[in-house]
Design a protein. Structure first.
Length: 584
């Protein structure tokens, strides 16, 4: 029977509940701080014909495209799927986002042995056996220099029992084997929770009824997407965004070109990424999953946010890619080590900025670029415990861009994770790691000014409490900061330097590995986010609030926003009117 509207709503929420239980399992049982503190993971349900059904509360860059390709790869490599199977997948050539995102896929099989759905638990790992102690190796010329173990949908459980050969490989290769083992168990546990809950729902509602719901929900989602796109004006616009140069890229950096075309009469939007450089000898290349997802992130950031994000709404988005392109479909052994962040952000930003050029009521400015030292992978030997450690920290970055109607979400992190990752607790980091966080906060007068404002720059100052510490990071936006749209201004560029024990500043590379000794500190400054619309059109009371809170100086309020404000935050109305008349 075709489900009615009430049944659609109930089953949609029940399935969302399954995914939330999976996510809760990962958050509460993950061993690494990447999972149990920063929440850098995603869970989802995919149909038996490999269409994304729900990925509620997941990181967009993990799930919009990729789970479908991974599930298809699993079925192609293993035609006979059985209850009790589980597969480890991290191959960027077969649908995973990048090698650091270990994913457990579990086929949900009914009592007759028929494959009905696939549940997936994806968790960013602190260490994956790379040639250097990091999950992001932006300078790797190919996958061999990158060094990660690649698992293209490799069976890791049969009849609910681990295949120890695979476990031994990982424990021998990965620098923190017990930490990885804890995260592996958390991923398997999350996927098994999803299998259990989805099996119970299938038996309660009926498997055929549940599959009928999936088809009907896809149709509903497509109709919502169609309606949202029909509200846009017809148009075509392009935008370019340049990633800072690193080894393996041109001296001027990597310029990403995007073309977006809206067709409201057909209820469609097309994103063309083919006019871009070939894949490069570095780790910035996108996997196919990230290329498609980054384009879709920019689209979804520009329309009604209540449109469901699943295979139904995806039917209305055409993403044009080409093989062997830096933002396309990579060929082995191209490295896609940093595929989820740096260049992917440049794609999403260019799509949402193009949408803003098509209509003044949609789109976003550019979010700030990833990933400053405050998001570094830190490693070393803790002299207080005698144990090695490797973990990514999430100590302080902002990057949020303004939209047509709202100020930025300041701590969005980067456009691809949409604020779903948490900032670390300073206290927990200092308990778990030999690290000392001296300060973190926001930099005044660094926001992307506009009618709606982008985020100010975020900063963090930290270093080792004991022992030598390695930091590996891929900071972008030091040269090419985030741009505003529709008259909005750009925000502060990223920056980083080291403070020696005597307080002297030392230059450090934008991308690379830096060692800190006790007493030395890393100063990390993230990008801000771009503004939307002319600053002189901003509500003076909003400007006054920024001044009163210490985020904006009186001089910047006058010079950039044409608003006269007392130091205590009171607007001087007559003088403001005169200043704005001069701007006009």
């Amino acid at each position: 029977m075709e489900p009615d509207g009430v049944q659609l709503a109930l089953l949609a929420n029940r399935l969302d509940g399954v995914v939330r239980k999976m996510a809760n399992t990962l958050l509460r049982t993950g061993r690494s701080g990447v999972l149990n503190t920063a929440r850098d993971f995603s869970c989802c349900i995919v149909t038996a014909d490999h269409q994304l059904l729900t990925a509620t509360e997941s990181l967009p860059i993990h799930v919009l495209s990729g789970p479908d390709i991974m599930a298809r790869s699993m079925a192609e490599f293993h035609p006979e799927l059985k209850r009790g199977d589980a597969f480890l997948h991290n191959s960027p050539y077969h649908g995973c986002s990048h090698p650091a995102d270990h994913t457990i896929l579990v086929p949900v099989v009914d009592n007759s042995g028929r494959h009905r759905f696939t549940v997936e638990a994806k968790a960013h790992q602190a260490d994956i056996g790379n040639s250097i102690p990091t999950t992001y190796h932006a300078r790797a010329r190919d996958v061999y220099e990158e060094g990660a173990l690649i698992f293209p949908a490799v069976r890791v459980q049969r009849d609910y029992e681990n295949i120890e050969d695979i476990v031994r490989m990982c424990r021998l290769r990965i620098r923190v084997p017990d930490q990885w083992w804890g995260d592996y168990l958390a991923m398997v546990g999350a996927a098994r929770i999803g299998e259990r809950e989805l099996t119970a729902l299938g038996e309660e509602a009926g498997w055929d009824a549940l599959e009928a719901f999936a088809g009907r929900f896809f149709d509903y989602s497509e109709s919502r997407m169609d309606a949202a796109l029909r509200e846009l004006p017809a148009g075509e616009a392009g935008h370019s965004s340049t990633h800072d140069p690193i080894p393996g890229t041109p001296e001027e950096g990597v310029t990403i070109n995007v073309s977006v075309r809206t067709d409201p009469d057909a209820g469609r939007v097309a994103v063309d990424l083919r006019d871009n450089p070939d894949a490069m000898p570095c780790g910035l290349n996108l996997s196919e999953a990230c290329a498609r997802t980054a384009a879709m992130v920019g689209v979804f950031n520009s329309i009604d946010h209540t449109v469901p994000k699943n295979a139904g709404s995806f039917r209305r988005i055409d993403v044009h890619l080409r093989e062997n392109c830096v933002v396309g479909i990579p060929k082995h052994p191209t490295s896609c080590s940093a595929a989820t962040t740096n260049v992917a952000d440049r794609v999403s930003n260019s799509v949402q900025a193009s949408m803003a050029k098509i209509s003044e009521d949609v789109g976003l400015a550019e979010c700030g670029a990833s990933s400053p030292p405050a998001a570094a992978v830190v490693s070393g030997t803790n002299p207080e415990t005698g144990k090695d450690y490797v973990n990514q920290v999430f100590l302080g970055r902002t990057n949020g861009a303004a939209s047509a109607h709202t100020d930025a979400w300041w701590t969005v992190g980067h456009v691809g994770n949409a604020g779903m990752c948490f900032l670390d607790s300073v206290e927990l980091d200092e308990l778990r790691l030999p690290i000392y966080v001296h300060a973190r906060g926001f930099v005044p007068d660094s926001e992307g000014a506009g009618r709606m404002c982008g985020a100010p720059q975020g900063f963090a100052v930290f270093g080792p409490r004991a022992g030598r510490m390695s930091l590996i990071y891929n900071s972008d936006g030091t040269i090419n900061g985030p741009k505003g749209v529709r008259g909005g201004l750009g925000a502060a560029n990223a920056g980083q330097h080291k403070l020696s024990a005597n307080g002297n500043e030392e230059e450090v590379p934008r991308v690379g590995q830096v060692y800190l000794e006790p007493g030395e500190l890393m100063v990390s400054r993230s990008c801000g986010g771009g503004g939307y619309g002319p600053p002189a059109e901003r509500d003076p009371e909003r400007v006054a609030w920024q001044v009163a809170e210490g985020f904006l100086s009186v001089d910047r309020a006058r010079d950039v926003y044409a608003v006269a404000v007392d130091p205590d935050g009171a607007v001087r109305a007559d003088e403001t009117a005169r200043l704005r008349a001069e701007v006009e």
